[in-house]
Design a protein around this ligand. Structure first.
Ligand SMILES: [Fe+2]
Length: 245
């Protein structure tokens, strides 16, 4: 059955990205059921939006983490099980090992990125461009094959102007070279609790900004989807897994 997802874009302040809703339904469980019933719908919208989708109001997943795993499986055949890939146990969700927890709270206790220098631009905004903002990346680009898609659920975000995630359209940046050898930083996504962001690792780059970890708590859940690397990796064993003998 075709689901009636509606994607509006680009995201505010950006030139790409889409915000997805499913009119007539409410809640994360209904959205996941619709996505499973029409499994091509959300991947198609992700591609059409240039590699970033925002699904607001998915906060119920924090109480039902299996929903995040089910939605991740809509985007690809392999969802990484962090217990099998060497991740420190304190960073893995105790009930759903496909969820990697990014947080400054125990037991994860991961510090935020370093304070940029200068910490703010003259107009008060966050520095987002090199050299003040380093660390633009795609996830695990050292792997063969690298992952395809990541899903991020804002369980406990921090307030505006604190830790955010910056996205840039890698396809557009590539198309602009040369002569415009500069990153296109197309917008700052401001996290709200219950936001679920789906990001295509193959055509976007992203960077984290700092937050005041002495004062604020932040919890984000992430899943990593793979399994569709393309013919360039045909016949290769995943580089990050020990060879099974
Ligand atoms: Fe990342």
């Amino acid at each position: 059955m075709r689901a009636s997802f509606v994607s509006t874009g680009p995201l505010p302040g950006a030139r790409f990205g889409g915000r997805v809703c499913l009119p007539g339904t409410a809640g994360a469980a209904a959205l996941v059921e619709a996505a499973e019933a029409d499994p091509a719908a959300l991947p198609r919208l992700l591609a059409e939006a240039g590699g970033v989708l925002l699904l607001p109001a998915m906060g119920a997943m924090a109480e039902a983490p299996g929903l995040l795993l089910r939605l991740s499986r809509v985007f690809g055949p392999e969802v990484e099980n962090y217990r099998t890939t060497g991740m420190a146990p304190n960073m893995v969700h105790p009930a759903v090992p496909e969820i990697f927890i990014v947080s400054n709270t125990p037991p994860v206790s991961r510090p935020p990125p370093k304070r940029p220098d200068p910490p703010f631009n003259p107009d008060g905004s966050l520095p987002v461009q090199f050299p003040h903002r380093r660390g633009w990346h795609t996830d695990q680009s050292y792997r063969r094959p690298p992952p395809d898609i990541s899903l991020f659920l804002a369980v406990v975000p921090v307030p505006r102007d604190q830790r955010q995630t910056l996205f840039a359209d890698g396809t557009a940046a590539y198309a602009a070279l040369p002569p415009a050898l500069k990153a296109r930083v197309d917008g700052v996504h401001e996290w709200t609790a219950g936001d679920l962001v789906v990001r295509d690792n193959r055509c976007t780059v992203h960077a984290a900004t700092r937050f005041d970890a002495e004062r604020l708590e932040r919890v984000i859940w992430r899943t990593t989807v793979g399994g569709n690397p393309g013919p360039g990796y045909a016949g290769e064993r995943p580089s990050w897994l020990a060879a099974a003998e």
